[in-house]
Design a binder for this molecule. Structure first.
Ligand code: ADP
Ligand code: ZN
Length: 640
């Protein structure tokens, strides 16, 4: 649809919009270039945008970082009326709106964090058609007054972000999302676009049904995130392993460290601070102010490490998160994929690293056994965990396995740990039989609590006080496993648990045989086990890195100067640094050293608004002198 030049219909370029900065842009590809500074659409963006701009409904499944936002932002600009975006993330709306305003887009939001006056202003702007995009918390739509407000304005489209929140059996269910099915009844002519990065076939079907989008066109992008290197390592000393990762590969980088419990979040954050890192805790037990302060520092400052439970992260669209580390096993592949997907939205090389060990399996199996809820619920939790364990224990490419989980084909990727250092397998049948026989014998003393440690001590033949106390040195299996050491035996037990050849039971965390273990003991079932590869100092293969990641010797100091300049501007304006320019943009500027504004304008991520606002300053930084408008020259290390 081509907007009419002469009416103030609310899209880019129309009065009362500031024409100086953003002349009328009609074709989506013009909006892309002029507003966002990008040259070409990615993947299916162009098709989605055309479909929605033309008034069609869409369900969009794209991985994090795939570029979902443009799929509704550009149609909202190209269609008459205001694009209404429903998002569950009220804490992030301010940042989202700030980022759009920095691009010259007229955006506002309505949520519970606002005072009445600010709310009235936004409402008036909406009714007058003086907004391009309006962000709304889903609970607002349950309020009749909001619905009446929407009736008074002209709506370009509804975008339902994080659409998986409508899936009741998903991990992010929000009851308020259920009401969104009514949008269609009330505004049948307004196109709707639902977007999510979480997407097994089951979740997708549930989203389509609940949001009344079964007739909508479905766009399913590849879920591959080639710039993320997936690595899952055997956990032995998790903190030391984490420090090694940070020191060797991610010095000075922003990242997220996920832990299962609030207590371990606190302890890990303290530990990292003690080691000289800027690390902040985030979990649901902290008061709202601390949470929002920590989140805001993570977004605004460079190189902050967020140590968090899974309460943190949805909708965090910080593009330069360089690593996501898990110190505990995620409960499902969906969760793992969602969390790791927060790394590397900017497309630059990033690491998804998980340390996982026997205790994780025991703990999670136990949590499921002890959990409330009916059998079906527990079975579903078990299935989720099994899929996660299969990913951890695989000897195949991690990425292919992840993609297969989302129903997509994939080949060995060359950028995951199993591709880079293929793990060996070995015939573990005899070892498995030894473990299972030991469990069988201990099973007779079920009321005692014997963990994996006792099993290993018996197999190796260690006369510990606990072994002697229960006369376990009298068992026929005592000492039959001298061929392996303790860590190897723990690995065997872990894999037996992961493969369902062994179970753990409730209160006493005792190990139990399963139907499948009987097959191994009595029916010649063979067991193939994975040998954990030795620790690697550094796994990143050069060829797997994005080309723009390696800066030349001349460009590197320039990049640092640009970053310092960006930090001072961000601070002055109270914006996250990436709202000024992304790392990827600064890297390209540093490498290409544009000589003038025209050349600067051709760099990806430099739209017209930003060129006008920051262009001269950037050129000055490149020229080696401090930009005149910089508020804080001391923040600029001009002479390295
Ligand atoms: P998602 O919401 O799918 O996680 P975003 O919409 O935040 O992803 O986009 C991820 C990053 O990719 C953002 O930094 C965005 O500016 C950038 N991006 C999106 N589309 C393009 C494009 N066509 N060309 C270049 N960069 C893009
Ligand atoms: Zn691979």
């Amino acid at each position: 649809m081509v907007p009419d030049r002469n009416v103030g219909c609310g899209h880019v370029g129309c009065p009362p919009y500031d024409r100086r900065v953003l002349p009328l842009a009609t074709l989506p590809v013009d909006v892309l270039k002029r507003v966002f500074g990008y040259d070409a659409f990615r993947g299916e963006q162009a098709e989605i945008i055309e479909h929605v701009t033309g008034g069609g409904d869409a369900l969009v499944l794209m991985p994090t970082g795939g570029g979902k936002s443009l799929c509704y932002q550009i149609p909202a600009l190209a269609r008459p009326g205001v694009g209404v975006v429903v998002s569950p993330l009220i804490a992030l709306m301010q940042d989202q709106v700030d980022a759009l305003r920095a691009l010259g887009v007229r955006a506002g939001f309505l949520n519970s964090t606002q005072g009445p006056e600010e709310r009235r202003e936004v409402e008036a702007a909406f009714v007058e058609g003086e907004l391009d995009l309006l962000y709304l918390a889903p609970e607002r739509l349950r309020v009749e007054s909001t619905l009446r407000l929407l009736d008074r304005g002209s709506i370009a489209l509804f975008a339902i972000d994080e659409a998986h929140c409508v899936a009741q059996w998903g991990h992010d269910f929000r009851p308020d999302y259920l009401a969104l099915s009514e949008l269609h009844e009330r505004w049948p002519d307004v196109p709707r676009i639902a977007l999510t990065a979480t997407a097994t076939a089951a979740t997708r079907a549930e989203i389509a049904t609940r949001l009344d989008l079964t007739e909508a066109r479905h766009f399913v992008a590849s879920f591959d995130r080639p710039n993320i290197q997936y690595r899952i390592v055997a956990k032995n000393e998790p903190r030391r392993q984490l420090i090694e990762l940070l020191k060797n590969e991610h010095a000075g980088d922003a990242g997220i460290v996920y832990c299962l419990s609030r207590a371990s979040v606190e302890k890990t954050a303290e530990f990292l601070v003690g080691q000289g890192y800027t690390a902040l805790p985030y979990h649901a037990g902290l008061d709202a102010r601390t949470r929002s302060e920590n989140q805001s520092r993570f977004l605004r400052e460079d190189g902050v490490i967020m140590v968090a439970t899974i309460a943190f992260g949805m909708g965090i669209d910080k593009p330069d998160v360089r690593f996501v580390a898990h110190l505990d096993l995620p409960k499902s592949v969906e969760g793992y994929y969602q969390e790791t997907g927060r790394a590397g939205r900017d497309g630059l090389p990033s690491t998804a690293w998980l340390a996982y060990g026997l205790a994780d399996v025991v703990q999670q199996r136990k949590m499921i056994n002890d959990s409330e809820g009916d059998l079906a619920h527990r079975r579903r939790l078990s299935q989720h965990l099994d899929a996660m364990l299969a990913l951890c224990e695989t000897v195949e490419c991690r990425r292919s396995q992840l993609l297969a989980y989302f129903g997509q084909p994939g080949e060995a990727c060359g950028n995951c740990d199993t591709c880079l250092t293929p793990p060996e397998t070995w015939d573990g049948t005899v070892a498995a039989q030894k473990v299972l026989s030991t469990v069988y014998r201990l099973d007779r003393e079920r009321r005692q609590r014997f963990g994996a440690g006792q099993i290993v001590d018996i197999l190796i033949g260690r006369r510990t006080p606990k072994v002697e106390q229960f006369n376990h040195d009298q068992l026929s299996v005592f000492g039959v496993g001298a061929e392996l050491g303790e860590p190897e035996w723990r690995t065997v037990v872990r894999q037996l648990l992961a493969q369902g050849l062994l179970a753990v039971e409730g209160t006493y965390q005792t190990f139990l045989l399963t139907e499948a273990s009987r097959e191994v003991l009595y029916e010649n079932r063979t067991v193939s086990l994975r040998r954990d590869p030795p620790r690697q100092a550094k796994q990143r293969s050069r060829s797997a890195r994005a080309p723009q990641a390696e800066l030349s010797e001349e460009a590197a100091p320039l990049f640092e100067r640009l970053r310092a300049w960006r930090a001072s501007v961000a601070k002055e304006q109270g914006l996250p640094a990436y709202v000024i320019f992304h790392d990827a943009t600064l890297r390209e500027i540093a490498s290409r050293e544009p000589a003038d504004l025209t050349e600067l304008g051709t760099i990806s991520g430099v739209g017209e608004n930003k060129l006008a606002k920051y262009g001269d300053q950037v050129l000055e930084v490149l020229g080696g002198s401090a930009p005149a408008q910089s508020p804080d020259d001391t923040a600029l290390p001009l002479d390295p």
